[in-house]
Design a protein around this ligand. Structure first.
Ligand code: RP5
Length: 172
């Protein structure tokens, strides 16, 4: 079996439910991944060993999620030149602490930081898929179909609102 394209690292098992939203999106697109608890603070040696070997192992994108003093994505980005997507999680201060810790990286060591919490978890998967789709036509096609679905939902919702306005007007 070949190495999955994506590795999802999270700081704690308590991040599992939120990052399940990320896994849901990867599953929906048929993208293989590994999913690990790997902490910048509690298991730094293991985290560094995995991340520094990730390119050679065949991974293409790393997704790193952590809350509080969220150093996981930044530490990972310092140990690999693979794209690292950071998901700030809400452990305190509405996740603002994690957002700043994840996004404020020094020049040359970027972390592609997404939104706080489950929205970010989903978008991390979408961004990873978009990165993979640069060289994967199947994924590019699925992304186009997914966008078409979103567009259709927005148009349908708008038509429903227009119909509601018409109903309200005739009821006056
Ligand atoms: C971070 O600390 C983890 O990513 C988690 O979001 C937060 C709290 O961890 P636990 O105390 O729940 O293990 O490192």
């Amino acid at each position: 079996m070949s190495t999955p394209s994506v590795a999802i690292l999270m700081g704690s098992m308590s991040d599992r439910d939120t990052m399940g939203r990320c896994a849901d999106v990867l599953d929906a697109f048929g993208v293989d991944y590994v999913w690990k608890v790997s902490s910048a603070h509690r298991s730094p040696v293991q985290t560094h060993a995995f991340v520094s070997g990730a390119r050679e192992a065949g991974f293409k994108v790393l997704i790193c999620a952590a809350g509080l003093a969220a150093h996981l994505a930044g530490a990972a980005a310092g140990a690999t030149t693979l794209p690292v997507i950071g998901v700030p999680l809400n452990g305190a201060l509405d996740g603002l602490d994690s957002l700043l810790a994840t996004v404020q990286m020094p020049p040359g060591i970027p972390v592609a930081t997404v939104a706080i919490g489950s929205v970010g978890a989903r978008n991390a998967a979408y961004l990873a898929i978009q990165i993979l789709a640069v060289s994967d036509e199947r994924l590019a096609r699925l992304l186009d179909e997914d966008r078409a679905g979103m567009r259709a939902s927005a148009v349908t919702a708008s038509e429903e609102l227009a119909a509601e306005v018409a109903r309200r007007r005739s009821a006056r």
